[in-house]
Design a protein around this ligand. Structure first.
Ligand code: NAD
Length: 260
């Protein structure tokens, strides 16, 4: 199977709608052994939803903004497996006053915290997990973005953070390639998750998918995103790094709506 024997760390499973849940499920079905992480009170929810996976994985607490938490997870991974073959970064947060039409008024403190959590955190995770990934002789890191090349309605500073996240994948690809560590992003179309729904006016973006995307996009099925992440985590993507792959029903390829 695609991920036979792979040891993977998967962040960001909060509910069974989470994109990371779809990745975790596909990864287990493809033969991977996984470990989940989430932050603070989220851990309880993660433990609950983990029971819905084919095999119930362990869940660790990790605030990606806390270097001690990341170091503790790296140490746990090393004790447990002696190596790490890949990690999914499925983490995003932007305070409400930096979203939903507040682009011009958002305070720097909100933007800074959102940027740290949504973009800088990829670097924090990659460097924090470096030793177990080096022990594996190479690894794959995958993150989730929402095409940061464009200005979207209401996405505001999260859009800027996503552009930063995408740039971070390229710089990490540059600096970690010597360890055979690949770093890529998947640009997903809109999915009704906790993070998605917390964006005021999510429907303004989601509603534009049906008139434009060539393929029938489902707002409630992250499985195709999970499958692409699994591919990037696998050896089949061994020479792909610094890349952004769209799993958006083809929306990005069109310049205007073609359906009513
Ligand atoms: P989600 O709410 O299920 O997942 C977001 C996760 O981030 C949660 O598990 C949350 O606990 C975690 N998180 C927040 N702050 C954290 C911190 N400090 N440390 C560790 N974890 C933290 O929503 P989702 O939509 O599955 O989001 C996952 C990723 O996918 C995000 O980066 C999001 O921007 C991205 N994405 C989502 C969509 C969409 O439409 N839902 C589209 C494209 C990309």
């Amino acid at each position: 199977m695609l991920l036979d024997g792979k040891k993977l760390l998967i962040t960001g499973v909060l509910t069974d709608d989470s994109i990371a849940f779809a990745v975790a499920k596909v990864a287990q079905e493809a033969g991977a052994e996984i470990l989940l992480t989430n932050v603070g009170k989220g851990v309880r929810l993660t433990e609950k939803v983990a029971r819905k996976l084919p095999t119930t994985p362990d869940v660790l607490q990790m605030d990606v903004n806390n270097p001690d938490d990341v170091a503790a997870v790296a140490a746990d991974v090393t004790r447990r497996w002696g190596r790490l073959d890949g990690a999914l970064h499925s983490i995003g947060f932007m305070p409400q006053d930096a979203l939903g039409g507040n682009f011009l008024s958002a305070p720097w403190e909100s933007v800074a915290f959102g940027f740290q959590t949504s973009a800088f955190s990829l670097k924090a995770l990659a460097v924090g997990l470096l030793e177990p990934m080096k022990a594996a002789g190479g690894a794959s890191i995958v993150t989730l973005t929402f095409d940061g090349r464009y200005a979207w309605p209401i996405y505001d500073w999260m859009g800027v953070a996503k552009a930063g996240l995408e740039a971070t994948t390229r710089y990490l690809a540059r600096d970690l390639g010597e360890h055979n560590i690949r770093v890529n992003s998947v640009s997903a179309g809109p999915i009704r998750t906790m993070a998605g729904k917390s964006i005021p006016g999510f429907d303004a973006i989601a509603g534009s998918w049906a008139p434009r995307a060539p393929l029938a996009w489902s707002l409630s099925d992250a499985t195709p995103v999970g499958q692409m992440c699994a591919f990037l985590l696998s050896d089949w993507a061994s020479m792909t790094t610094g890349e952004m792959i769209h799993v958006d029903g083809g929306y990005h390829a069109l310049g205007a709506d073609f359906r009513r």
